[in-house]
Design a protein around this ligand. Structure first.
Ligand code: GDP
Length: 318
């Protein structure tokens, strides 16, 4: 049996490792990976050489410079320029190597800050972006446009998928630069170990976020890769923005998340809000009806995923 060769770019990240796990179990795939040290996707010549040598059938593009609200405001150049460079190199090399099907991973922050909820794919570029992650969002919007441009000009099947906030095994638990869920897992765990009387949660606690377990995203990527050409091609027709949301369809407030993490960790102290820290977007719940209509739904309940994530944190860092 001829195997389908899939290059998972960025396989050591949260999204990439979940994709790898989902695909690795399937004997129909031959998976190709390169660590950042082996292949720097910001190096145009090296990226081109890699694609031309290996010529994968499909590419799942998870490689990106990512981070939470603080990292985004401290390193705007990195979030904009590194991501644009990586994307230009990967798209150009993939096209030159004749890759037909690519899944480009973005994030729900590409949508306008104040758009109606839940967020439909067609709300892209209908209003101003949230300032705290605008550089990253603009790079990712450029990626959506690259998918579309290649599909229009060259008849490729490049699809951009926008996952909601992700969490899961192998997450980045940096105390300042990570996203809210891993940050809170670390903070509550450390407070429990030290017997601290209270834990600080940033902002007003009022913003709402939707959280998806990373392995559900891996499953969604596998679902899309397995789609027959005809159905996948419907999503990447030159006439349509090649964009699909991936989420769970429900959200919770940051205070609720904090309470849930507190309970999962088993911390007994008090929870304090620090209003001097930014809230970011008030709400970003994705409308996931497009993917649901195709037959895919996230399976992991939030409390189950959170328990697994906490176990993973303890195993790696506890
Ligand atoms: P965002 O979804 O792009 O805004 O990124 P984050 O995951 O970093 O932040 C989500 C929300 O959680 C924001 O309202 C933050 O202020 C809030 N938050 C509360 N505590 C923390 C924390 O310790 N770290 C982070 N990153 N966010 C926190």
């Amino acid at each position: 049996m001829q195997k389908t060769k899939v290059y998972v770019a960025g396989h050591n990240g949260l999204v990439g490792s979940a994709t790898l796990l989902a695909l690795k179990a399937d004997p129909r795939y031959e998976i190709l990976t390169r660590s950042h040290a082996e292949l720097d996707l910001e190096d145009r010549a090296a990226t081109r050489a890699f694609f031309l040598e290996h010529r994968p059938d499909h590419v799942v593009m998870c490689a990106a410079k990512v981070g939470g609200i603080m990292a985004n405001s401290n390193f705007p150049v990195d979030f904009l320029h590194n991501n644009l460079r990586i994307q230009l190199n990967v798209f150009d090399a993939a096209h030159e190597a004749g890759i037909d099907r690519m899944i480009f991973l973005g994030s729900s922050c590409i949508y306008p800050r104040d758009c109606p909820q839940p967020i439909k794919e067609e709300y892209l570029l209908t209003g101003p972006l949230e300032a705290t992650n605008r550089p990253y969002a603009l790079a990712k919007i450029a990626g959506v446009e690259s998918c579309w441009a290649f599909n229009r000009q060259y008849g490729t099947n490049y699809l951009a998928v926008m996952p909601t906030n992700m969490y899961g095994p192998g997450d980045n638990y940096h105390p300042e630069n990570s996203h809210v869920l891993p940050a809170l897992i670390r903070r509550f765990h450390e407070a429990k170990v030290r017997n601290d009387p209270s834990v600080v949660v940033w902002g007003s606690g009022k913003p709402k976020r939707e959280f998806m377990y990373s392995q559900d995203l891996g499953d969604a990527v596998r679902f899309l890769l397995e789609m027959p050409d005809e159905r996948f091609g419907e999503l990447t027709r030159p006439e349509v923005t090649p964009l699909v949301n991936i989420g769970v369809g429900t959200d919770v407030t940051i205070r609720e998340v904090a309470e849930l993490v507190k309970a999962t960790v088993g911390y007994q102290g008090e929870l304090k809000l620090d209003a001097t820290k930014p809230d970011g977007t008030p709400r970003k719940l994705l409308d996931v009806s497009r993917l649901a209509a195709m037959g895919w739904k996230a399976q992991t309940p939030f409390d189950t995923g959170l328990r697994h994530a906490y176990e993973d944190f303890v195993a790696r860092h506890g």
